[in-house]
Design a protein around this ligand. Sequence first.
Ligand SMILES: Nc1ncnc2c1ncn2[C@@H]1O[C@H](COP(=O)(O)OP(=O)(O)OP(=O)(O)O)[C@@H](O)[C@H]1O
Length: 461
Amino acid sequence: MASLEKDADGFYTPAESSTAPVVAPKVEEGNDAEPGNWGKRSRQFNLRGCHQQADPNSPLYSAKSFEALGLHQDLLKGIYDMGFSKPSKIQERAMPLLLSNPPTNMIGQSQSGTGKTAAFVLTMLSRIDYSINKPQALCLAPSRELARQIMSVVVAMGKFTQVQTEYAIKDHLPKGATRITAQVIVGTPGTMTDLMRRKVIDPSEVKVFVLDEADNMLDQDGLGDQTLRVKNMLPRTHPVQIILFSATFPDHVRAFASKFAPNANKIELQQNELSVDGIRQFYMDCKNEEHKYDILVSLYGLLTVGQSIIFCKHRQTADRISQRMTAEGHKVASLHGAKDAAERDAIIDGFREGKEKVLITTNVIARGIDILQVNMVVNYDLPLMNERDRGGDERPDIETYLHRIGRTGRFGRKGISINFVHDRKTWLQMEQIEKALGKKIIRIETNDFDEMEEKMKQALK
Ligand SMILES: Nc1ncnc2c1ncn2[C@@H]1O[C@H](COP(=O)(O)OP(=O)(O)OP(=O)(O)O)[C@@H](O)[C@H]1O
């Protein structure tokens, strides 16, 4: 990589006035699941996304080019190689703030599927000193699946740099590994804490600390403690830029987020801006639990037109449904946190490659997972607060709902979500979601398959 310029604060920043020509996008063939080839999928998709990028009201819109954001030439090459042509709104707004010096913390919010990952990955890749073989950027995500996906973006965007990367996820490093020299480390909070404690990660040169899905990572009832532990092990000899991104920042974590990332630049959404317009929301009134299963099976043909993710409350439900459907001759996979690391990796990779078109899962992959072919999400069970708090709270979990349905409708694509309700309680819970988001959830009859098919096809047009 051409050397970056070091400024007065010791940070490496992209040269402002590079004269090298911008590299034209080039098409690469191969397996989509390989990190270097993710751009291929984006490119296919950009054809659809680009008209929205010209609409000033869209979160995908930007008046600027990537060049105008002051990125290093080698990163521009990576961006164009991934098939991106223009920044999205969050990228345009956040990048100048993220790259300015002295570095300032950031709390950034933007709807699901609008390109937050690129904003923080480009910041990490812009801030590191490529001549130092020590960890300089740490990124935490709530699941191993998301950490692996973020890493694939780091690798793709950093393809024309000499960045070295390493995972901090369970069962990844060889036993007895003593020191990580990679500059960018992406992982989950538990393993990152463990590696730092054991001094396998030396944080003395860390300049950037990113929390993706930050509201979830800071939630005191969830991953908050572990994330705080990582932060407390960061060096105090120099400022570390703290970057928090999510599509949601509920009130109960906002104050803590501001304390965690003091004096941060903030990009925030209003409650009525949270849902993504391209996702059409439906519900089906099922008679009882067993009827939910029958309806899901009857939807199989529609679920497999593109790809679908079915969210259940419990791991056991996900396994049970998947076993039953498999026994009845349907091809589905199930994924949840009780499976071991290797199995989880194989399942999500298989789904990404399209080997299975239906994935039955829990909240473990409700956040962040980006698979463009997913055009349908089914809430087999609605997400409830008690899954987060274990406090017996039966209120719907609006944030998790938004993240779940946000697995479809990525970057301007069309998508469908279907909620199964089966009694008065679940119907009222769904009504609360509808009210909170100010978006109509349309009923689909469970006994009229032609109407069902027609409505869904229309929604995807
Ligand atoms: N400027 C761009 N041009 C074209 N495609 C883009 C651009 N930025 C991001 N994308 C693509 O848009 C998709 C969604 O991006 P990303 O996963 O970063 O969304 P997100 O905002 O992090 O969503 P979530 O809140 O669900 O985590 C990805 O497939 C990514 O490659």
